[in-house]
Design a protein around this ligand. Structure first.
Ligand code: HEC
Ligand code: HEC
Length: 247
């Protein structure tokens, strides 16, 4: 195989994040069934592995982005929100739009299979049957000063008094939540989703378990909104911008 076709083939592989497609050199059509066309992939594990695992973790956990294999997240967001976000992405973050209608590579059918697959594989509706879940989208306006107080009560024990990082009970080191470079990569809803759902596999509790012992009670809608508004009050206009803007 010539160098050029090797490079093209490597690019094609990268584009689909699949190992298939490189089996046959250009010009030699192998057995057609061996390599399904991208839109013919309709099983959840393959669609997830090829499109989502790199950021959300191989098993939906411990990725750079929010854990999707989290029954609380699945219950709070619901299949329709998961499906919609997968289709259109989250602007100004690393979450891409996957729907062809939004410039992505997946059909509406594939996106529905992914959203339903996440819920069917990782959801546990029975475990949350009695719980009153917070609204997925905030129903109230947060207030940063109250949010700082709520942070002290609810979050500081693991994230440090000033949110610049600390240590959780399980020994996990937490990063800064107010670093402008961090806040530049996550949306307000992204923060809210993590506060509600936690990252259980890393030791971050869900909204019910921030307070423990005799003080134990779930966070209120207002506390969730306030904490998020305090965190996002640390956003700056040009995070990590190393150069002056020349007009
Ligand atoms: C019992 C310990 C604990 C408590 C309480 C806790 N967290 Fe966490 N949190 C963690 C751990 C551990 C992680 C994962 C490590 C990390 O990402 O820094 C985490 C991760 C996060 C993340 C994701 C950070 C990232 O890198 O994307 C956010 C946002 C967050 N916590 C916000 C909060 C807020 C707000 C509160 C209070 C309402 C809170 N946490 C309470 C332990 C905790
Ligand atoms: C290049 C990295 C990347 C890939 C690939 C990726 N995501 Fe994401 N995803 C993110 C980030 C980052 C966020 C957080 C966005 C924010 O701040 O709101 C996110 C957010 C989400 C959310 C919304 C979470 C919430 O707050 O409700 C869903 C649902 C989601 N992703 C599903 C998927 C699915 C399904 C796939 C595969 C089809 C996928 N993502 C692929 C990076 C990625």
């Amino acid at each position: 195989m010539k160098t050029r076709s090797l490079i093209l083939c490597a690019l094609a592989c990268a584009a689909t994040l699949a190992t298939a497609g490189c089996k046959n050199p250009p010009g030699k059509s192998g057995t057609q069934q061996e390599t399904p066309r991208p839109e013919q992939v309709v099983d959840f594990p393959t669609l997830y592995a090829e499109n989502c695992a790199s950021c959300h973790g191989v098993n939906g956990q411990n990725g750079a982005a929010i854990s999707l294999a989290n029954p609380v997240y699945i219950a709070a967001a619901g299949v329709s929100n998961i499906q919609h976000i997968t289709a259109v992405g989250v602007p100004h973050t690393a979450m891409p739009a996957f729907a062809k209608s939004s410039g992505g590579m997946l059909t509406d059918q594939q996106i529905a299979i992914i959203a339903q697959g996440i819920a069917a594989t990782w959801g546990k509706p029975a475990a949350l049957a009695g719980a009153t879940l917070p609204s997925y989208v905030s129903t109230t306006t947060g207030e940063p000063t109250r949010g700082k107080q709520a942070f002290t009560n609810l979050c500081a024990r693991c994230h440090g008094a000033d949110a610049t990082g600390g240590k959780a009970e399980n020994g996990a080191i937490t990063g800064s939540l107010i670093d402008p470079a961090y806040l530049a990569l996550i949306s307000d809803q992204g923060l809210r989703s993590i506060v509600i759902s936690g990252q259980p596999e890393q030791g971050m509790p869900d909204w019910r378990h921030h307070l423990t012992g005799s003080a134990a009670r779930p966070m209120t809608e207002q506390e969730i909104a306030d904490v998020v508004s305090w965190l996002t009050s640390h956003r700056i206009a040009t995070p990590g911008q190393p150069y002056q803007q020349h007009q």
